[in-house]
Design a protein around this ligand. Structure first.
Ligand code: PMP
Length: 407
């Protein structure tokens, strides 16, 4: 099961560019991936040849745009194995998908003294929406702790569940530690208490197969831009019966059935949750990204990234003074680390001068960093076009930084 990397790299125009005169080693894929020309071409074709609004006009351009937009919905359905397209809502990203549930589901179903469970390893976008919704409804937020390996404490999770628990929202894959959580088990346990579960799949989709029926998750949120698609579009998958029972999130055009000054009735799913003109071009680009991933093959992607991750960890651990944070048993291709004597921001700057792109800072997970006693981290995260050469460049770059800082 090998990936043919050379033709894949040729598909990504960014990789031909020089950064500060050096070849680009792009290792910031957890923030966003680069885009293949197939995605760029699909977006450009919409703007060049059939730019128009969807769902609204009988003319040819609008018909074509609507068809491409709705074709993407079917591609997403198939990609995550949802039962039907009514369960696929286009949003602006993972963040908006989670906010939609936090506003609509929580306001519809939760009341004072109910409880929502999240974990200590969540991205801020899977913390803040629940905090706000909890405040508004009088609910309490409960937090599952993370152990020293960077894994969720399942026993503590079981203890936190009670008749007060009304929702669990948890990340599939940590954007810092790379931990792949046992989400199927977490969902099974929560369902034993009749508690629905939202899975934040932002760091999972595009790296491994996600099957919502197999997981039996109630909601799943992810972003196109982390899976080789455009920015500005995300997905909320939700079980149809839950979405049907939920109040609309945003309101306005396209989501209504009829409007009088006295009363408005709403359209059927998924349109009830898609008010206003969406990012049509990016949705169409997402369709091209799914085609791209399917053509390469998710199994091949997973196994290639796994091999590259092992190589990267081995090489990084050989650098004196470098500590990788967390060592979960199942890990996505994301490595966060600290380096004695060099602040992540300085390291990121020195690496950038060598054409190496990593992410530094709090990684939108301040509570998790606090848990590990750090304020800031450096993170290298891999994608389908990365090669051992990129890892070698990173290792060489870090060694150079150590020389500059004499440590
Ligand atoms: N959850 C996780 C685990 C993430 O890594 C990210 C992005 N870094 C998000 C949520 C938010 O995604 P977006 O910015 O695309 O809405």
């Amino acid at each position: 099961m090998t990936l043919k990397i050379t033709p894949i790299r040729k598909d990504f125009p960014n990789l031909k560019d020089k950064i500060h005169g050096k070849p680009l080693a792009y290792l910031d894929n957890a923030a966003t991936t680069l885009k293949p020309k197939q995605v760029i071409d699909a977006v450009s074709a919409y703007y060049s040849h059939y730019a128009s609004n969807i769902h609204r006009a009988v003319h040819a351009l609008s018909q074509k745009a609507t068809l491409q937009y709705e074709n993407t919905r079917e591609k997403v359905r198939k990609f995550i194995n949802a039962k039907n397209t009514a369960e696929i809502i286009f949003t602006s990203g993972t963040t908006e998908s989670i906010n939609l549930v936090a506003q609509s589901y929580v306001k519809t179903f939760l009341k004072a003294n109910d409880e929502i469970i999240i974990s200590e390893m969540e991205h801020h976008s899977n913390i803040v929406p629940w905090q706000i919704a909890s405040k508004e409804t009088g609910c309490t937020l409960k937090i599952i702790p993370v152990d020293n390996n960077g894994e969720i404490d399942l026993e503590r999770f079981k203890e936190l569940l009670s008749s007060k628990t009304k929702l669990v929202s948890i990340t599939h894959t940590s954007n810092v530690l790379g931990t792949i959580n046992p989400v199927k088990e977490i969902i099974r346990i929560a369902h034993g208490h009749h508690v629905p579960v939202l899975i934040d799949a932002a760091q999972a989709v595009g790296h491994q197969t996600i099957d919502v029926q197999d997981l039996d998750c109630d909601f799943l949120a992810f972003s196109a831009h982390k899976m080789y698609g455009p920015t500005g579009v995300g997905i909320l998958y939700g079980k149809q019966n839950l979405l049907e029972a939920m109040a609309p999130y945003k309101t306005g055009g396209d989501m209504i059935d009829s409007v009088t000054f006295e009363k408005t009735t709403y359209r059927e799913l998924p349109y009830k949750f898609e008010a206003g003109t969406p990012d049509i071009a990016s949705v169409i680009g997402l369709g091209a990204a799914i085609d791209y991933i399917n053509r390469v093959g998710l199994n091949k992607i997973s196994s290639y990234e796994k091999t590259l991750l092992s190589y990267a960890i081995k090489e990084l651990k050989n650098i004196s003074g470098l500590q990788v944070v967390g060592s979960p048993s199942k890990k996505a291709p994301i490595i966060s680390f600290v380096l004695d004597g060099i602040h992540p921001h300085d390291l990121g700057t020195i690496l950038d001068e060598q054409g190496i792109a990593i992410r530094t800072g709090h990684l939108c997970t301040q509570p998790l960093l606090k848990r590990f006693g750090v304020l800031s981290l450096s993170r290298a995260s891999l994608g389908i076009y990365n090669t051992p050469k990129d890892i070698d460049a990173l290792v060489g770059g870090i060694k150079k930084a150590k020389k500059v800082f004499k440590c």
